[in-house]
Design a protein around this ligand. Structure first.
Ligand SMILES: C[S@@+](CC[C@H](N)C(=O)[O-])C[C@H]1O[C@@H](n2cnc3c(N)ncnc32)[C@H](O)[C@@H]1O
Length: 359
């Protein structure tokens, strides 16, 4: 899976157990990001719909959630991956922008990304293999990048992995049907199916995914945008249409309360951390106001995101700030009918020692 800010890797087993214990058969992963949580729910046999505004999340969801592995000819897929991997390097926009004007990838790998992505555009646009092949390319590029996992900056010295050769691997596809809904959740929420369980994991601060993962946006759109600054971000990063209400301190609390009032699910599970712009008490209040009979909160101590682990650096790579603390608490709010919420809390305890009801 790609390196991703706020990815719920460590919470995945907890969330899976919660879904199983409430007996959910259908689910929406509302801010799916890497699709990690949606994948876990699909693996457990749920019918899952994954949504996100990021174009790369939509591709990941088309690959892992909407594609039924039993319908894919794996021989054909492997042959195509081998053909793409053998294409001669073709230095183009990706190489120039992200390997020469910036140093996110070695040029030898950038030129192969250019060649493979051009071939996907020429040979596969609109085909069922397209999201699978593009996911394979994104994951391959992620394994040889030279960042800390955010694309606002690249490392001063090459990361050791950047010297490796780009390697296309077959994504681990899952059997079963699912769906992707693309777009801003404030617009798509009304289009989503009514489900047994909704997982809600929004951004809680000013860190924008559009700029933090601008290279994946460009790899998916393949639109060669003008780029600016040391990070070579897309010019439309400045466009209001690429902003999310969840990155605005002023607008986020109202938008979140509005959203929670509009989601249609019996059980709503919300990920939350204590660096958020809304307090745990306010979030509990929002969930009650949305009509849920019971709200319980589970707390998990967890490492903070990688930017905080390594310190704060200026553009020439010098350390300029200290990290205040390295650990924080991650919360999981569970809201719904009392019997379901109690079953969920029991499920979280089963999955993870140390989980406890904190509020
Ligand atoms: C905390 S991350 C989700 C991480 C995900 N649970 C995982 O484990 O990978 C938040 C996600 O919300 C998405 N997002 C931000 N604003 C959005 C909006 N207005 N509508 C839909 N998705 C949005 C971002 O693109 C990002 O993928």
């Amino acid at each position: 899976m790609i390196k991703y800010l706020g990815s719920k890797r460590t919470l995945v087993p907890v969330l899976g157990e919660i879904a199983t214990h409430v007996g959910a058969r259908t689910a929406v992963d509302l801010f799916t990001g890497t699709t990690r949580v949606a994948q876990e729910l699909k693996r457990r046999g749920l019918q899952v719909t994954a949504t996100d505004v990021a174009t790369y999340s939509q591709v990941l969801s088309d690959c892992y959630i909407a594609t039924d592995a039993t319908t894919v000819d794996l021989g054909e897929l492997d042959d195509e991956l081998a053909r793409l991997a053998a294409l001669p390097p073709e230095p183009g926009y990706f190489t120039r922008t992200f390997c020469e004007e910036a140093r996110y990838f070695q040029p030898k790998n950038g030129a192969r990304v250019d060649a493979i992505r051009n071939a996907l555009a020429a040979d596969h646009l609109g085909s069922p293999l397209f999201p699978i092949l593009l996911t394979s390319l994104m994951l391959a590029a992620d394994r040889v990048d030279s960042t800390t996992g955010l694309q606002m900056a690249y490392l001063k010295e090459w990361a050791p992995r950047a010297h490796q050769d780009l390697e296309l691997r077959r994504p681990d596809l899952l059997p079963g049907t699912g769906a992707t809904v693309a777009g801003d959740v404030m617009e798509t929420v009304g289009l989503l199916p009514t489900v047994d369980l909704m997982y809600v994991d929004p951004p809680y601060n000013q860190h924008r995914y559009f700029t933090n993962y601008h290279i994946w946006e460009t790899l998916v759109r393949w639109d060669e945008p003008a780029a600016y600054g040391i990070a070579r971000k897309r010019i439309d990063s400045r466009d209001p249409s690429t902003r999310s209400v969840f990155n605005s301190k002023r607008e986020m609390p109202g938008a979140f309360a509005d959203l929670l009032g509009r989601v249609r699910a019996e059980v709503v599970v919300v990920s939350y951390n204590d660096e958020s712009w809304v307090s745990a008490e306010d979030l509990t209040g929002m969930l009650h106001a949305a009509g849920h009979e019971m709200v319980q909160v589970l707390g998990f101590d967890s490492k903070r995101y990688v930017g905080a682990q390594i310190g704060i650096f200026n553009p020439s790579g010098e350390k300029v700030g200290r990290v205040s603390r390295l650990r924080n608490v991650e919360y999981v709010f569970v809201a719904g009918p009392a019997d379901k919420v109690e079953a969920a809390v029991q499920g979280a305890d089963v999955s993870r020692a140390g989980a406890g009801v904190v509020l």
